[in-house]
Unconditional design. Structure first.
Length: 494
């Protein structure tokens, strides 16, 4: 950890206290942009230099090849004339050549015993001594080249080659051509002069491209900074509409924000509902304990403690149900899916809730095909159906009716629970599956607000779905579906 006044190391993130006393991690997008720009410029300049080097060496090779081809053609011509007419033919040839040709050619023929048989030098004779010294000792078989040497004429060089003739003589030929190094030097000078604006252009172009490419990243940073400072997850990054990885990053980031906003909203609602629903049982626990402390009669103390235990059991049931739902949603639950008749399960539910229904003069009926088979976890199906029937009994008025039905299709089984109770308001329909959510109409009834959440979790764990339709004041219809083939179920996430 650095001292308060110590300098920040290069590349380290700066931590700035925010208004709420926390730490806001301030990134350095410009630093990253600059590094990206420098990398781009470096590769751009490297590419230009590589292209120049390739062009330079190809040009030098082609120019050298052209000069050698020219001198080789001259050598072949002089060789042919010598073979046909000897030194006299060569003398006759140079007598009829132009002055430029005579000044550009040095030709010497020596016998195998190093006797001079023929020599032609430029009339100026300025380079004769140098040429004779260079080629005098090069009597080797085959055709050989000497490195070009500067001529007395400006910007010209001598290209020297020697070869062995059929009679054993050695022919040495020197021919002047333009000094290619001068041309290549100009090429290098032009490249160095052009390189500076190329580097500037590459840096500016890289900066522009980097700035445009980093635009969505800056938008993401702005959105994150806004979320950190305000705690509002409503910020979104504009879609760049580029159909590339940046666009995918922005899309995923916005989806993550939507998901986070939804989860935080659900968490806040759940906490509000938990606070509301726990307030009553906790108050009852406190009241019961205080009454027990104030009573002297053992029977009254026992009664007060019994009520406290009842409220504690209700709280334990709520927490256990929340844990079950969380386990199911996390995919950690293991289902024991089997195929079995549905009617016995429904009949058991009718028998279990018959007394409660009779107290409210509710008609509880079922129409289930005895041959109907369902693929599900038997124990969890019983719990699921029990929650649906219990929910229907609670919100169906005196003299109402509840009907349980099932439809056995090829791909799935549909289980329905219909009642003519108070119904569900349209505003509450999307939220009845949320944990601990209870509409205004439902708060008059005792409950945890977790039954329908548990129903949906169990159904989705089976690979099915749960839906509800309702007409306020006339009743509701809950429909849950189960796949008929166990192999269609999603694998358990351990």
């Amino acid at each position: 950890m650095h001292a308060p006044n110590s300098p920040t190391p290069p590349g380290a993130r700066t931590e700035v206290p925010d208004r709420r006393g926390g730490l806001d991690l301030v990134t350095q997008p410009l630093g990253f942009s600059l590094r990206l720009n420098l990398w781009y410029t470096a590769f751009f300049v490297f590419g230009v230099m590589l292209l120049f080097l390739i062009a330079y060496f190809l040009l030098a090779r082609e120019l050298g090849q052209l000069d050698r081809e020219l001198v080789s053609a001259k050598l072949d011509a002089y060789r042919a004339w010598y073979i046909q007419g000897g030194p006299l033919a060569l003398q006759e040839h140079f007598r009829h050549q132009s002055g430029l040709e005579r000044e550009s050619t040095f030709l010497e023929i020596n016998s195998a015993t190093d006797d001079l048989k023929f020599i032609h030098s430029p009339e100026s004779r300025k380079d004769e001594a140098t040429l004779t010294h260079l080629v005098g000792n090069m009597q080797r078989p085959g055709t050989n080249w000497l490195p070009p040497i500067a001529a007395s004429e400006q910007y010209m060089v001598w290209n020297i080659v020697f070869t062995t003739l059929p009679d054993g003589s050695i022919m040495e030929l020197g021919y002047t051509t333009e000094d290619r190094d001068v041309l290549l030097q100009r090429f290098r000078t032009i490249f160095l002069a052009v390189m500076v604006p190329i580097v500037v252009l590459g840096f500016c172009g890289g900066g522009f491209i980097t700035y445009r490419a980093m635009g969505p990243i800056r938008e993401i940073i702005t959105a994150v900074r806004s979320i950190i400072q305000t705690g509002n997850f409503g910020s979104r990054v504009p879609d760049p509409r580029t159909q590339d990885e940046i666009n995918e990053l922005v899309t995923l980031f916005n989806r993550m924000l939507e998901r986070s906003e939804s989860l935080i909203g659900a968490m806040r609602d759940s906490l509000d509902n938990v606070a509301h629903d726990l307030r009553t049982p906790l108050t009852r626990l406190q009241t019961g304990a205080q009454l027990a402390l104030q009573q002297d009669n053992p029977e009254q103390i026992k009664e007060a403690l019994g009520e406290a235990v009842e409220e504690a059991e209700r709280l334990n049931a709520m927490l256990a149900t929340i844990m079950d739902i969380s386990e199911i949603e996390a995919g950690a639950i293991k289902l024991d899916v089997t195929r079995f008749p549905l009617k016995p399960i429904v009949d058991m539910m009718l028998e279990l809730y018959d007394e409660v229904a009779q107290d409210k003069h509710i008609t509880l009926t079922a129409s289930i095909d005895p041959a109907g088979i369902i693929a599900a976890d038997r124990n969890r199906l019983q719990l699921l159906l029990g929650n649906l029937v219990d929910n229907a009994v609670k919100y169906t008025p005196y003299g109402g009716h509840i009907e349980i039905g099932a439809e056995f299709l090829v791909s799935e089984t549909r289980l329905t629970v219909r009642d003519n109770g108070i119904g569900i308001d349209a505003a509450d329909l999307p939220r009845i599956w949320d944990r601990l959510y209870r509409g205004d109409k439902s708060r008059s009834q005792r409950g945890l607000g977790l039954g329908l959440s548990l129903v949906r979790a169990f159904v989705e764990a089976h690979g099915g779905k749960a839906i509800v339709t309702s007409d306020p004041g006339h009743g509701s219809l809950f429909t849950v579906t189960f796949p008929n083939k166990p192999e269609t179920l999603p694998p358990a996430k351990l």
